[in-house]
Design a protein around this ligand. Structure first.
Ligand code: IPM
Ligand code: MG
Length: 364
């Protein structure tokens, strides 16, 4: 059956990296006998410029009907206004909420060829394989009341319902069962009631997974441990805001923010996007790293279409291109071959066929 994919390129480097990811997706689908149909719509600042709103209702509805959604990035100084309803980021939140993709998976695993690209020492990061499981449709990002009151105060609400914590915790434990069976739940339970509640519920869910080891860690300590000894983590389970921050931090273990993909899943649909932003400073220069978005497409094949074979083919091609020394600016230490965004995409496409016969790890 034909798979229907909605593509939102977005702002800044979004269209450049999405352009390459689409090429890779089309080629991989062709190789795997998958029938694809892609439709593209503006989102974020690009949509504000045309329609005056960050995401048209009609496009959100289209996304809800699709089999999966691919997104580049949104935002930029041009749309940096105080009114939240007309900020590009609003579209992203509306999409995540609308698609009910409450579980955001952000894997951080350094590619062997890039061990030297990290700002951290090679022996600190060499065995790193972390999966951040970030709650994505609740917490302080969505809590009410929120607002700015008459120039006197600004406020947001951190709130989690039992069922929201239960379902994200279950996802984390299910994923841990496929990995090293270790969950570190990250919170601020020494000060926040929401976190105390979170901890209790996570413990309850853990009771159903006797094979999984559960630790609890305060977020400040976790931020430090990710840099000090990242090898100790397997699955990091955390809320929306802590997950946002810790996943950016974890990305640096892999050498660049430009390497980290993400899959946002719920009970049905998936939304796939790189974890990086729109990087307006380098937009249009052809220097952005498309690998995070290409790896997000690999996650789409795995989580939305159950095609681990094709996802492995893409992962293999990424590994190969890096082993061959090809480097976009962000991961270029001067010893490799410098390539543009487009060249990186093309070189990955070329290597898809070559890796097809090898099977990857199939890891989450
Ligand atoms: C991310 C981004 C978004 C977030 C922004 C752009 C709203 O930082 O996906 O990590 O905070 O979730
Ligand atoms: Mg972020």
């Amino acid at each position: 059956m034909k798979k229907h994919i909605i593509v939102f390129p977005g702002d800044g480097i979004g269209p450049e990296v999405v352009g390459q990811a689409k090429k890779v997706l089309v080629k991989a689908a062709e190789m795997g006998g998958m029938d694809l149909d892609m439709q593209e719509f503006p989102i974020g600042g690009a949509s504000i410029d045309i329609y005056g709103v960050p995401l048209k209702d009609e496009y959100l509805k289209a996304a809800k009907r699709a089999d999966a959604v691919l997104l580049g990035a949104v935002g930029g100084p041009k749309w940096d206004v105080v009114e939240p309803s007309i900020r590009p980021e609003k579209a992203l939140l509306a999409l995540r909420k609308g698609l009910k993709t409450y579980a955001n998976l952000r894997p951080a695993r350094p590619y062997p060829a890039l061990l030297k690209a990290s700002t951290l020492k090679e022996d600190v990061i060499k065995d790193v394989d972390i999966l951040v499981v970030r709650e994505l449709t609740g917490g302080i990002y969505f809590g009410r009341p929120r607002g700015i009151k008459e120039g006197k105060k600004g406020y947001n609400t951190l709130v989690y319902a039992r069922k929201e914590i239960e379902r994200i915790a279950k996802k984390a434990f299910d994923l841990a069962m496929l990995r090293k069976r270790h969950v570190t739940s990250v919170d601020k339970a020494n000060i926040l009631e929401t976190s105390m509640f979170w901890r209790e519920i996570v413990k309850g869910v853990a009771a159903g997974y006797p094979e999984v080891r559960l630790d609890h860690m305060y977020v400040d300590n976790c931020a430090m441990q990710i840099i000090r000894a990242p090898g100790q983590f397997d699955v990091i389970l955390t809320d929306n805001m802590f997950g946002d921050i810790l996943s950016d931090e974890a990305s640096m273990l892999t050498g660049s923010l430009g390497m980290l993909p993400s899959a946002s899943i719920g009970d049905r649909k998936g939304l796939f996007e790189p974890i990086h932003g729109s990087a307006p400073d380098i937009a249009g220069k052809g220097v952005a790293n498309p690998i995070a978005t290409i790896a997000s497409v690999a996650m789409m094949l795995k989580y939305s279409f159950n095609r681990v074979d094709l996802s492995d083919v893409i992962e293999g091609a990424i590994e190969r291109v890096l082993e061959d020394g090809l480097r976009t600016k962000d991961i270029d230490d001067g010893t490799g071959i410098s390539v543009s965004t487009e060249q990186m995409g093309e070189e990955i496409v070329k290597r898809l066929g070559r890796t097809a016969s090898q099977t990857g790890s199939g890891k989450v």
